[in-house]
Design a protein around this ligand. Structure first.
Ligand code: AVJ
Length: 323
């Protein structure tokens, strides 16, 4: 598959995963002893828009806190990095946070990897003309599967940018593997800039995932609407209720969809019944301490350089180089 030239400084490579794979994956996870869905299925066009709405709620602090930290410290980061580089961003969404780095740094290249194709195309078609000196290589892909990216500016060091504490969605073992993949992606002369949400009161976390405007509930339910649109499953969304709570033992926020009426759906040509009372686990969002997270970076083959926290120690941004 060759990248397509969309604009003088924008190429697009479409590695969107085949629907058959998604159908098989969804059928096996919903048929499991603990029915669950991969959080990547939150992010179709509607889901990306709902997440955007969540980030503007007063309760959901991570995005605005991290954005402020990136704005405040981008220049210091640039001095530390002191090199021309390509920014590679798995899960870039609408590329809002990358804009801060594009404004403050003059990177030679920017490579957003994103599964939500329309979201990615809209964002890069807007950004590329505003930064003519930056080579944009948009890649529509599922970064949690394979982090294969086009070579492009191979000779330039890479900065892997993974904001938002999306790292918190991975289970501990999968997280170790994913961080090692990010190390691979960065290369021996590369860097990592990553956001990690910090431990805090269960009340504060509960509010952040149960915003009063109901955007998180709509975002959670939309995962079923996405599967209905994409795989024609036939879920009745009114039969499900959003649940999000902080699991103190596991140090993570959990999101679930509680099923109140029997659901007879079809996935990958097979019938599946979710009986009333079933709970579908849709997301974990682990929280960290700076010490624990720095240790995980070292285990993955990075050398931590700097870490920035906001005054309330709600959120942390870590800069590291390949060790
Ligand atoms: C985008 C994965 C970082 O876990 O906080 C927001 C997604 N889920 N509200 C998070 C999310 C519920 C968010 N991440």
């Amino acid at each position: 598959m060759q990248p397509r030239q969309l604009l003088p400084n924008l190429t697009f490579l479409d590695l969107y995963p085949p629907t058959a794979d998604a159908a098989r994956e969804v059928l096996s996870s919903l048929s499991a002893a603990t029915p669950h869905l991969d959080p990547k299925y939150f992010y179709d066009e509607q889901g990306s828009a709902l997440f955007d709405a969540i980030t503007r709620t007063p309760e959901y602090y991570p995005t605005r806190t991290e954005t402020r930290l990136l704005r405040e410290h981008a220049r210091t980061m640039a001095r530390t990095l002191d090199t021309e580089l390509t920014i590679v961003e798995p899960g870039a969404g609408g590329c809002e946070k990358a804009r801060i780095l594009l404004d403050q740094w003059q990177p030679r290249g920017y490579m957003p990897l994103e599964i939500s194709r329309e979201c990615l195309l809209d964002a890069t078609r807007q950004l590329a003309p505003q930064y003519p000196q930056v080579q944009f290589q948009a890649v529509c892909a599922d970064y949690s599967q394979a982090l294969t990216v086009p070579t492009g500016h191979q000779e330039l060091p890479r900065l892997v940018f993974f904001p938002g504490s999306t790292i918190g969605n991975f289970e501990p073992v999968a997280r170790r593997t994913f961080l090692a993949n990010l190390r691979q992606l960065a290369g021996d002369d590369g860097f990592l800039l990553i956001g990690a949400d910090l431990h805090k009161s269960p009340e504060r976390l509960h509010q952040a995932y149960n915003d009063s405007a109901g955007h998180t509930a709509a975002f959670n339910l939309n995962i079923l609407a996405h599967l209905n649109r994409r795989l024609d499953c036939g879920f009745d969304l009114d039969a499900f209720e959003h649940q999000a709570f902080y699991n103190e033992d596991q140090q993570r926020v959990e999101m679930h969809l509680q099923c109140h009426r029997d659901q007879h759906v079809r996935i990958a040509g097979e019938s599946l019944t979710l009986s009333a009372g079933t709970r579908v686990h849709t997301e974990n969002s682990y929280k960290f301490s700076v010490e624990d997270f720095s240790r995980e970076l070292v285990t993955a083959g990075f050398q931590p350089l700097s870490c920035w926290l906001d005054d309330e120690a709600l959120f942390s941004v870590h800069l590291a180089r390949a060790a």
